[in-house]
Design a protein around this ligand. Structure first.
Ligand code: SAH
Length: 220
């Protein structure tokens, strides 16, 4: 198959994803839909999975980790209520697919992964796509960004036993954090908003994520 033919095939599959797996399942945020319609998910999966790049499920990315299902990526992104001026912290860079989507919707993304192999590969893909508003850090994201900093939004893309205190500390007042919370094989997606006093939490979907391994996550 020549390159143009392959590109056309992926483009068609991406339109199918938008129609059936995103719009068809309640993703209505126009900005999220436009951005997900423009990011080539096939670039973020291993060669052997490219033909399944637009299948609405998680796929292996090596080291026992997965790229999240498109619908869940759309849902988490939508529920974060992003604005162009936001600075966002992402825990769990993985393939970089979610990072790329965030980068197109906000001013700056700070992303952390504990596996340098995944960070390096994500960095290379985002580089090829011309994305420059992302800072990468390799280490334990359960304790937050390594420098003192606050973020407008935080997205955790690995399961946590509870939302780590250190992450809540790095949220601005009024800021939102979304994380899959729970100890079993499935979790609940929790959106937690920081108020002047305390937090308001809402659970909105059952999900199945790999575990966040770290000081304030799960033990190895
Ligand atoms: N958002 C990713 C999916 C991430 S899978 C994507 O779109 O591809 C979860 C990721 O969390 C894995 O890459 C894993 O290495 C990472 N992870 C697990 N524990 C971590 C920790 N304590 N700090 C940072 N990253 C962690």
């Amino acid at each position: 198959m020549d390159n143009q033919e392959e590109r056309d095939r992926f483009e068609k599959a991406r339109s199918g994803m938008l129609k059936h797996d995103l719009k068809g399942r309640g993703i209505t945020d126009a900005n999220v839909l436009v951005v997900m319609g423009g990011i080539p998910r096939e670039e973020f999966v291993q060669d052997s999975y490219k033909s399944q790049a637009y299948f609405d499920g998680a796929l292996p990315i090596g080291l026992g980790q997965t790229i999240s299902q498109p619908y869940i990526v759309g849902l988490m992104t939508q529920e974060l209520h992003l604005a162009k001026e936001h600075e966002v912290l992402e825990i769990g860079t993985g393939s970089g697919y979610q990072t790329a989507i965030l980068s197109k919707l906000v001013k700056k993304v700070y992303t952390i992964d504990r596996h340098h192999e995944l960070t390096e590969s994500a960095q290379a893909v985002l580089g090829r796509l011309g994305i420059t508003n992302v800072e990468y850090y390799i280490g334990d994201g359960s304790c937050g960004w390594p420098e003192e900093k606050v973020f407008d939004r935080i997205m955790v893309t690995a399961a946590v036993p509870e939302i780590p205190e250190g992450l809540l500390d790095q949220l601005v007042d009024g800021g939102l954090i979304i994380a899959p919370v729970g100890g079993g094989s499935s979790q609940k997606l929790i959106a937690c908003q920081k108020k002047m006093v305390g937090y308001v939490e809402r659970a909105f979907c059952d999900v199945r994520f790999v575990k966040l391994i770290g000081r304030d996550g799960f033990k190895e």
